[in-house]
Design a protein around this ligand. Structure first.
Ligand SMILES: NC(=O)c1ccc[n+]([C@@H]2O[C@H](COP(=O)([O-])OP(=O)(O)OC[C@H]3O[C@@H](n4cnc5c(N)ncnc54)[C@H](O)[C@@H]3O)[C@@H](O)[C@H]2O)c1
Ligand SMILES: [Zn+2]
Length: 360
């Protein structure tokens, strides 16, 4: 085997490592036959899919051009029709290869194909590795909003081959890094300190397996006792109430990762204002985000952000609730805050960040 690490917290293997050929091969021999390999048509992703299809003894490869605008029911229908044409039978394993769009869309298609076929995902983007492919949320966008149609459906296995990240475009990498920082704030301790040490160095030189494994652990721990998102899973929304509002108010011109980075600053600011977080730790978070070249401010109008937030689904009984840090490594959900404090925080997001000393 490849010296890969394996996490079984959610009842299915999540394998992380460099060059997972042997691990994937052993899994397919155990779980096969493979009915089809579905993939994002990006040349690098397709090449990986072809290798997996060969490992599976020559399964058909179904490649589709994906993208947020194609993450929709019409594409699911195309995938399902292609699976029928490829002769995928009920009970045969289907393997998907790609980023978070692929895991959401293919996972959803496989949840419905002949009322459900087992699905394994080979994650090729950082977002898919640390977030999208794990936890069983699958789905697509509707014209009326993002991720509004879908299903909770666990994969039977997830593989994160960190070698794939070498070809990932920098923008897609940044998307994932914001989620990694979020995970490190939730976890604190060695994980956060490791990122502080690594941040000044090029990503390609990071011990990627260790970093990704740590971020996955935060997600699996939060999801494990809360599959349907009633409680602890909410921790993973740190920074996200602000982020979703910024994305919506910008008409999705601000990407999710960028919005999460600004949202993490906002959560820190709000926690500071209601007296439950220290300035020193807030500045440590900002310094880390800045070293990773993630944005800390937004040009989106504060009123528009607040209006978008008031329509957020996390709102209960008219009051806004937030996931906020008490300290790095101690994050709580369901914290209520007065609207005027929230507005004051949002107003700050147009301005450069609070001064901080970047640690080197
Ligand atoms: N279900 C969940 O819990 C969950 C969580 C987070 C995000 N998501 C979803 O994930 C999606 C975003 O995922 P993403 O950021 O991975 O986007 P993505 O799937 O579009 O991948 C990013 C880009 O990188 C390309 N790519 C992927 N792997 C590559 C590789 N190894 N080399 C070169 N190029 C590669 C893709 O073709 C794409 O252009 C969103 O739709 C979001 O809603 C879902
Ligand atoms: Zn996110």
């Amino acid at each position: 085997m490849s010296g890969a690490t394996r996490n079984d917290d959610l009842g299915y293997p999540i394998v992380v490592g460099e060059n997972l050929r042997d691990d994937v091969g052993a899994f397919l021999r155990d779980r096969g036959p493979v009915g089809a390999v579905l993939c994002d048509a990006h040349p690098h992703v397709r090449a990986t899919a072809k290798k997996i299809a060969a490992l599976a003894g020559g399964s058909p490869v179904i490649a589709l051009a994906l993208g947020e605008s194609r993450k929709r029911l019409a594409t699911v229908e195309r995938v399902l029709d292609a699976m029928v044409r490829a002769g995928v039978e009920r009970g045969s394993l289907v393997v998907g290869v790609g980023g978070g769009i692929a895991s959401d869309l293919f996972g959803f298609a496989c949840a419905t194909y002949m009322r459900g076929v087992p699905y394994a995902h080979v994650a090729t983007s950082l977002v898919a590795m640390v977030d999208a492919a794990i936890g069983g949320k699958t789905g697509v966008n509707l014209d009326s909003g993002k991720n509004l149609a879908g299903s909770f459906r666990d994969p039977v296995g997830v593989f994160a081959d960190v070698a794939a990240l070498r070809t990932l475009p920098p923008a897609a990498l940044a998307e994932g890094l914001a989620e990694v920082v979020k995970a490190a704030i939730i976890e604190g301790g060695d994980f956060f300190e490791m990122l502080e040490e690594l941040a000044p160095h090029p990503f390609a030189r990071w011990p990627l397996t260790t970093v990704i494994e740590a971020a996955i652990k935060v997600k699996t721990m939060a999801v494990a006792d809360d599959r349907l998102e009633a409680g602890s899973r909410a921790l993973l929304n740190l920074g996200h109430t602000f982020a979703h509002a910024i994305e919506r108010a910008s008409k999705y011109r601000t990407r999710h990762g960028a919005a999460v980075a600004v949202g993490l600053r906002a959560a820190g600011l709000l926690a500071l204002r209601i007296g439950r977080f220290s300035e020193a730790e807030h500045l440590r978070v900002l310094a880390l985000l800045a070293l990773l070249r993630l944005p800390l401010q937004t040009a989106v109008a504060p009123e528009a952000i607040f209006a978008a937030m008031s329509g957020d689904k996390k709102k209960r009984s008219g009051r806004l609730r937030f996931v906020l840090p008490r300290s790095i490594g101690d994050v709580e959900y369901g914290v209520e805050s007065p609207n005027r404090t929230v507005r004051a925080v949002i107003a700050r997001l147009r301005e450069p960040p609070e001064s901080f000393r970047a640690r080197r």
